[in-house]
Design a protein around this ligand. Structure first.
Ligand code: ADP
Ligand code: MG
Ligand code: MG
Length: 199
């Protein structure tokens, strides 16, 4: 079972991973966006870890809700509200359970992904974070390693796609041939689950 400690670890590992990969995320965004995805998420996840140190979070749901709120309030641009919605919705779906299993986590993330689609209007194949998140949630029943592999494959599979949402869509066909920054950061977020579970 996964408790609040696990979820705090998930957010801390994700923050460290975003720190480590910020330059790569920004370089990907430089190719098809405005070169701020790494710094956007870095600012957001630093705020998340700071808030988790300051505020008590007793349940998995409370951890994700707090994290989501921080991302929404500190990250400008598309990714902040979208990731914030993902985590806040997922947190809400977990309710006030003290511990949750992987199936409940998958169900909660599914609700979070639905929130991202409702807010941003993107569908699978539009070359966005959804192209990593949806395969990951689908694979979660097979474990964290399977979810990580699915998210990474989903991110790589955005390369030949033409962007239909967000800034990259302004480029039209010129967005083809580049990996989507948001799908790449989503793969980091999912990979952090596996690392949090092993730590
Ligand atoms: P901005 O484009 O405002 O500078 P970021 O660079 O931080 O924001 O984030 C860009 C990423 O956000 C994209 O790579 C894409 O994955 C994701 N994104 C943009 N628009 C949408 C949307 N409508 N739905 C889902 N994801 C989106
Ligand atoms: Mg950007
Ligand atoms: Mg921007």
């Amino acid at each position: 079972m996964l408790d609040a400690d696990f979820f705090r670890r998930w957010m801390t590992v994700a923050a460290a991973s975003v720190d480590r990969e910020a330059d790569r995320l920004t370089a990907l965004d430089a190719a098809i966006g405005d070169a701020d995805h790494g710094s956007n998420l870095q600012r957001g996840f630093r705020a998340v870890t700071a808030a988790l140190e300051k505020e008590a979070t007793d349940t998995p749901g409370a951890v994700l809700t707090l994290a989501g709120r921080q991302l929404i309030s500190t990250v400008g641009g598309a990714a902040g509200p979208l990731y914030g919605t993902l985590l806040r919705r997922s947190g809400k779906a977990l309710g006030d359970a003290a511990e949750v299993g992987t199936p409940q986590l998958a169900e909660a993330l599914r609700a979070g992904v639905d929130g991202v689609m409702a807010l941003g209007g993107a569908a699978p194949g539009d070359k966005t974070m959804l192209d990593a998140l949806i395969p990951a949630v689908d694979a979660l029943a097979d474990g964290f390693a399977a979810a990580r592999a699915a998210a990474e494959a989903g991110a790589v599979a955005t390369v030949p796609l033409q962007a239909r949402k967000g800034r990259a869509s302004y480029l039209g066909e010129r967005s083809i041939g580049h990996q989507d920054p948001g799908a790449t950061s989503s793969a980091l977020l999912i990979a952090a689950l596996e690392e949090a579970a092993s730590g």
